[in-house]
Design a protein around this ligand. Structure first.
Ligand code: ATP
Length: 156
């Protein structure tokens, strides 16, 4: 179906904000009708949950998590940025590979398997979107940006 990404993101982020209230949250949202995308709503929720899960997991309490949804030209963008530990440059190209976990994360006993980002990327690309992970330097946080082709109503 056609969904308003801004509405889905607002609902998911609000829920996470309530549960993880020790992080500082920022949320910036475009008008819903500007953010229409042809994709499955449950899939988008799944992606957002995985990304917010990572942001919370790798960001200390009191530090910030910022989510933004906007439309620019024919694209709808979603960005999740955190002030957490960041990702080492040598790990960065691999974090969207299945079962890849950065060294630091590998030593944790949290029962995660390193599938989250790989699945997110596969879902986003399935809907002809782009999935990008950035991290400037370790300690400066991580940014995940997604870009989807905006749904445009066709005129007769
Ligand atoms: P799970 O399968 O439960 O999601 P995971 O978090 O280890 O486990 P991914 O979500 O695929 O797996 O992430 C892969 C790796 O990328 C992580 O192990 C972690 O090292 C790194 N990573 C992902 N998100 C962040 C983030 N927001 N901040 C820092 N490191 C991150």
């Amino acid at each position: 179906g056609v969904i308003a990404v801004a509405n889905v993101a607002k609902r998911v982020v609000r829920k996470w904000q309530r549960i993880h209230s020790s992080h500082r949250w920022e949320f910036e949202n475009a008008m819903p009708e500007e953010t229409l995308v042809q994709m499955n709503e449950v899939r988008l929720e799944q992606v957002l949950r995985a990304l917010l899960d990572n942001a919370c997991k790798y960001t200390p309490d009191e530090k910030g998590i910022a989510v933004a949804v906007w439309r620019m030209e024919d694209q709808v963008y979603v960005r999740i940025r955190d002030e957490g530990e960041g990702i080492l440059p040598e790990d960065l190209p691999h974090v969207t590979e299945r079962f890849y976990r950065a060294d630091k994360a590998r030593s944790r006993q949290e029962g995660s398997v390193g599938l989250g980002l790989a699945i997110c990327r596969e879902i986003v690309e399935h809907y002809r979107g782009r999935f990008t992970v950035r991290s400037v330097t370790q300690g400066q946080g991580t940014e995940v940006e997604m870009m989807f082709p905006a749904y445009v109503l066709k005129k007769e």
